[in-house]
Design a binder for this molecule. Sequence first.
Ligand code: ATP
Length: 202
Amino acid sequence: MRFSKLRLTGFKSFVDPTDLIISDGLTGVVGPNGCGKSNLLEALRWVMGENRPKSMRGGGMEDVIFAGAHSRGARNFAEVSLQIDNTERLAPSGFNDSDNLEIVRRITRDVGSAYKANTKDVRARDVQMLFADASTGAHSPALVGQGQIAMLINAKPKARRRILEEAAGISGLYQRRHEAELKLKGTETNLLRVDDVIEQLA
Ligand code: ATP
């Protein structure tokens, strides 16, 4: 799976639709302080399913929506689209039936986030699993933000292990295990209820 284009609309400082083309090789983004370089990285994290406002440097998730500047008013929604070249069919099953995969996340004020994969509505979890299975995602160690190296050096062993697990591509399995455990708990509760009903009927 190769990322080929990131498009931001109304996301943080990128009020007008803006494309970042990710060509083969190294892509560098340079610019003066405050021009939006970190916002690009955050957009990438966000479209992959980031749901912690703090890691978007905001107090709430709606803070990613363009808040207005100079003569331009605030926007009502923000959208980020990520184009993925899937000609080698490396996307996990369920997403693997086309050469180009486009994941879109849109947040609307007072409504929340919605995701699409090639124009079809999908759940946040589906998108998070897609990237987790591809050994990338919102928490991927490949996305290195400012101050993160120092944080890694000072991190406790448990936190450091989580980073290694992300890099090893097993975080998708952890998420699946967690969901399976929740289902198991629910089933156990249901069984207890069935026992109660049987006892009452006996
Ligand atoms: P540096 O080199 O200093 O780290 P940078 O190029 O990484 O800077 P960013 O931190 O990505 O810049 O962008 C900061 C800019 O984004 C600021 O001008 C800030 O006002 C603007 N910004 C952040 N959130 C919003 C928002 N919701 N609406 C409008 N502008 C925003």
